[in-house]
Ligand binder design. Structure first.
Ligand SMILES: NC(=O)c1ccc[n+]([C@@H]2O[C@H](COP(=O)([O-])OP(=O)(O)OC[C@H]3O[C@@H](n4cnc5c(N)ncnc54)[C@H](OP(=O)(O)O)[C@@H]3O)[C@@H](O)[C@H]2O)c1
Length: 394
């Protein structure tokens, strides 16, 4: 019998992290948890440590690490903090695969470190490829590691490509649910609240990705992610609105054949496939009952109501540091919206204005990404503050 795959899970306390641990718990012979990382949710991390007995964990702050040590007493594994702690958990010698499930650009450095230390990656943190796609794909090739997509759309494309030649691909088609405001007229989008935007119709996800889904920036980030994962240019990546979230994405071939992957909307399926590829795990999920689905519909996205999607294509065309700045501005704007500092429609305005002020530079090193990220955050913050002071932000 093959030995258990040894995992490091970055962001274990989040939505993807918890689903990953559910799979580990269901298949204890196949997976072993070696490292876990969290941000601030010490309560959940403590439960996970008691249950999965990792050798090493990391949290964001030194104070959090101290508290955790006190709470666990003799049961404490090695507990680290900060970016050094995240990197140590991502590069631990006893790991075969890293599940990259931190949210936002904070996932980039630990994921790159994992690649550079030869770990295979199950990638949920799309921001890694969005901000540093060319550097990541180059590092994956140089270190001979494998990068498996966790995002359901990219997992669907990955599965629809298996056994086929990339030369035969005409287009990738990403599906999008359209989020909670799919049918809302523009004039009624003015007073959308964070609570409205967090209520996704089909998927249960973390707060940031839920807002990204509501603005459709999530799909924009996914277009950039697909460009790097599959090495297909943006003009051959289409987005279709598919409110039922059953067809997770499709590949169109040069002979007109279209191959899709379908399933109920549950992240456990793509996570399990990334963990166990090429094998499939017998998950305890309801079967997809095609006959009970009366219709599956597809439509073009409305870029006037959802300008974030267009901004992502723009950033991809600008190339270099532009996608990292797009992502940074989006993170700051989403935070400001959740803190009720700006309105829903301001998110796209802030990102657009940030991109407008950017002098694009090429990406040669990860430091170029980190500098662009910092610049994008500061510029977006400046625009938000100037809007709050009654100035013309954008
Ligand atoms: N949820 C989904 O269905 C889904 C689907 C596809 C792709 N994704 C992608 O997967 C990633 C994770 O999404 P999620 O929904 O699981 O997010 P989430 O529920 O918000 O969880 C995020 C995780 O990252 C940790 N974290 C946050 N900020 C951090 C920082 N600065 N440093 C270190 N750790 C930090 C959080 O820790 P604490 O909670 O302990 O603070 C938590 O463990 C995102 O990139 C998202 O786009 C998610």
């Amino acid at each position: 019998m093959a030995s258990a795959k040894r995992l490091g899970i970055l962001g274990s306390t989040g939505s993807i992290g918890v689903s990953t641990l559910d799979i580990v718990a269901a298949f204890p012979d196949q997976f072993e948890v070696v490292t876990l990382t969290a941000g601030n949710n010490l309560v959940r991390l403590e439960e996970q440590i008691r249950r999965f007995r990792p050798q090493m964990v990391a949290v964001l702050s030194e104070d959090g690490a101290k508290q955790l040590k006190q709470r666990l007493g003799d049961e404490a594994p090695q507990i680290l903090s900060g970016i050094e702690g995240l990197v140590a958990c991502a590069t631990h010698a006893g790991i075969d695969m890293v599940v990259s499930a931190i949210v936002g650009a904070a996932g980039l450095v630990p994921t790159m470190s994992a690649i550079e230390s030869g770990k295979d990656i199950a990638l949920a943190n799309k921001e890694t490829l969005v901000t540093a796609g060319s550097l990541i794909t180059e590092a994956v090739a140089r270190h001979g590691v494998r990068l498996f997509p966790v995002d359901s759309e990219h997992s669907a494309i990955f599965q629809s490509l298996e056994g086929h030649r990339m030369d035969d691909v005409r287009r990738l088609i990403l599906t999008a649910s359209g989020g909670p405001f799919r049918n809302r007229p523009l004039e009624e989008m003015v007073d959308i609240t964070p609570a409205d935007a967090l209520a996704h119709p089909n998927w249960s996800m973390g707060r940031k990705i839920s807002i990204d889904s509501a603005t459709m920036m999530n799909k924009g980030l996914e277009v950039i992610e697909a460009r790097w994962l599959f090495d297909v240019p943006a003009d051959r990546i289409a987005v279709h609105i598919h409110p039922q979230s059953i067809v997770h994405s499709l590949v169109e071939y040069i002979d007109g054949a279209v191959i899709a992957q379908l399933g109920i909307p549950d992240m456990k399926t793509p996570i399990a496939y990334a963990l166990s590829h090429p094998n499939r795990l017998p998950l305890d999920l309801p079967a997809l009952d095609l006959c009970s689905l009366r219709n599956l519909t597809f439509d073009d996205p409305d870029l006037e109501r959802f300008p974030c999607l267009g901004l992502a294509y723009d950033a991809l065309a600008m190339d270099g540091t532009a996608p990292a700045v797009l992502n940074a501005a989006n993170e700051v704007a989403v935070d400001a919206f959740l803190n009720e500092e700006i309105a829903f429609l301001d998110i796209a305005r802030i990102i657009g204005a940030t991109l407008k002020g950017l002098k694009v530079k090429p990406l040669e090193h990860i430091d170029d990404v980190l500098r662009a990220d910092l610049w994008g955050r500061r510029e977006a913050r400046r625009l938000i503050d100037s809007q709050a002071e009654g100035g013309q932000a954008c």
